[in-house]
Write a protein that binds this ligand. Structure first.
Ligand SMILES: [Zn+2]
Length: 210
C-alpha cells in the first residue's frame, strides 16, 4: 500500500510515520513561548508544517487542541511507541498517538460527521436559491460556496465551545457516519451554530471558476 502525504509518496506506513516524526522533531525545537497551537500553525507555514497539520487533523480532538495553550511539544517514546506530547510548562497536557492518525478511516473523522450533520441545510439553501447568484442562470451544475470556509467555521465553533465533550465514536447509517444518540447535545449545538453562522452562495460551475 502506498501512503501519500502532501504529494510525497511512501511505500510503507512506517516510513510515512517516521517522516512525520522527523518533521515534528524539527518544528518542536523552534517552539519556546506560550502560545496556542493555533498560533504556531499561523506562524509556521510551508509544506513540511502543512503535512504535520494534515496528519494532526486526523486526531479526534484536534480542534480543541489547537485552541488550547501549550508551551511546546515533544516526542516521547513509551512502550516502543512514539507519542506526540503537548506540554504546558513542565506539565504534560495532551498525548497524541500519531500512529492512530494514520489508521483513522476518513469517514470516521469528526469533521466528516459534522459535515453530514448539516448537509440538509445545504440542500435547503439550494432549494430556496436555485439560480446562480452571479449570472442569474438556472443551471444543473450548481455549487454551494461558503463565504467563510467550512474549516474556519469548525475551528470557530470549537473555540467558542471549548468546554464541550467531543464525541469520538460514531454510528454508520447507509454508508455514512453520523453522531450517536447520546451525543445529540453536541450535534444540536453544532447544527444551530452552522445554521446561524454560515453564509452561502449558489454558483453555477462557470461562475464558480472565476
Ligand atoms: Zn453563473
Amino acid at each position: 500500500m502506498i501512503y501519500e502525504l502532501n504529494n510525497i509518496k511512501f511505500n510503507t506506513k512506517r516510513k510515512a510515520i517516521n517522516y512525520v516524526f522527523s518533521i515534528i522533531d524539527d518544528i518542536g525545537k523552534d517552539i519556546n513561548s506560550h502560545q496556542s497551537v493555533k498560533q504556531y500553525i499561523e506562524i509556521f507555514d510551508g509544506p513540511r508544517f502543512d503535512l504535520f497539520i494534515d496528519v494532526l487533523k486526523k486526531y479526534n480532538n484536534y480542534y480543541s487542541l489547537i485552541n488550547s495553550s501549550v508551551s511546546y511539544f515533544i516526542i516521547v517514546r513509551y512502550n516502543d511507541i512514539n507519542y506526540l506530547y503537548f506540554m504546558n510548562d513542565s506539565n504534560f497536557k495532551t498525548k497524541v498517538d500519531i500512529q492512530k492518525c494514520f489508521s483513522f478511516k476518513s469517514k470516521q473523522n469528526i469533521v466528516d460527521v459534522m459535515f453530514n450533520t448539516i448537509k440538509s441545510q445545504l440542500i435547503d439553501y439550494n432549494d430556496n436559491n436555485p439560480k446562480c447568484e452571479v449570472c442569474n442562470e438556472l443551471s444543473e451544475d450548481i455549487v454551494i460556496k461558503y463565504l467563510l470556509d467550512f474549516d474556519s467555521l469548525i475551528t470557530n465553533f470549537f473555540a467558542l465551545n471549548n468546554d464541550i465533550y467531543i464525541p469520538e465514536t460514531f454510528r454508520k447509517l447507509q454508508k455514512e457516519w453520523y453522531f450517536k444518540k447520546e451525543d445529540y447535545s453536541f450535534k444540536n449545538r453544532w447544527y444551530v451554530y452552522h445554521k446561524t453562522h454560515t453564509h452561502l452562495k449558489t454558483l453555477c460551475i462557470k461562475c464558480a471558476k472565476i
